[in-house]
Write a protein that binds this ligand. Structure first.
Ligand code: GDP
Ligand code: MG
Length: 226
């Protein structure tokens, strides 16, 4: 068997139609950990049939799924990727290689749309504003807070992340910045997802994301002032 260098956490809520495209595009040495978050469309069976390691997380929420994947990982490097085919697993080495080369501690994929309509305008605008605030708060030169990212597993576990909803990627970034990690941004492609969005493509999902993220930002700024 090939040595598993990287575990790829794929939070999954009803992504059966996207999984085949994703799983067949994983680079060699990368293992998929599909975290099923209560899918009703047969996602776990599809994932297992295609050779992925499947874990279940009954607590709903993007962060709950992402964190369960991190806890299930055993490889030295852990990468995260959406399971909706909006991001190409062939881009994963772009976020992973600087970690293996010890050139960075956290690498974030900056989403670069590969077609029109890949990114709903409200989500894009919210993200540009968020990135601007994050640059001001942390001094890290980022332009997107996207879900494709990588870091060392032991480092991620040591961050002790608490958010279990849509604030998880933000908490990871803020905690890493507070711990003076070397944070690097690289370009990754972004295409229209397969199926319906659960977070930023819906009003409810967007409002939850804003609420979760605002609370984290407010706490960080209070911390910085005290
Ligand atoms: N929102 C949400 N996404 C989940 C959950 N569990 C797993 N996911 C997955 O998290 C990823 C991101 O969600 P997505 O709907 O693509 O959000 P978007 O990228 O903002 O449109 C997808 O792969 C989902 O299937 C959950 O409980 N809530
Ligand atoms: Mg998505």
């Amino acid at each position: 068997m090939t040595n598993i260098r990287v575990d790829v956490v794929l939070p999954c809520l009803n992504e059966a139609r996207a999984l085949p495209w994703i799983l067949e595009r994983l680079p060699i040495g990368y293992r998929a950990i599909v975290v099923d978050n209560g899918s009703t469309d047969g996602s776990p069976d599809v994932a297992r049939a295609l050779g992925a390691h499947v874990v279940h997380e009954s607590r709903r929420g993007f962060g709950a799924a992402a964190h369960a994947g991190l806890l299930a990982a055993t490889a030295p490097i852990v990468a995260f990727c959406d399971a909706d085919a909006s991001m190409d697993p062939r881009d994963l080495p772009r976020v992973v290689d600087p970690i293996s080369d010890d050139a960075a501690d956290l690498v974030l994929g900056r989403r670069r749309p590969t077609t029109r309509n890949a990114w709903p305008p409200h989500a894009r605008l919210a993200n540009t504003y968020l990135s601007w605030r994050l640059r001001r708060i942390t001094g890290v030169n980022i332009h997107d807070l996207g879900p494709m990212r990588a870091a060392r597993r032991d480092h991620l576990l040591a961050l002790d992340l608490l958010d279990r909803r849509s604030g998880y990627p933000l908490e990871m970034f803020l905690s890493a910045a507070a711990a003076d990690w070397r944070i690097l941004e690289v370009d990754t492609g972004y295409a229209p997802r397969v199926g319906r969005s659960k977070v930023t493509g819906t009003v409810r999902g967007t409002l939850t994301a804003i609420k979760d993220m605002s609370a984290l930002l407010a706490a960080t700024q209070r911390g910085a002032r005290s």
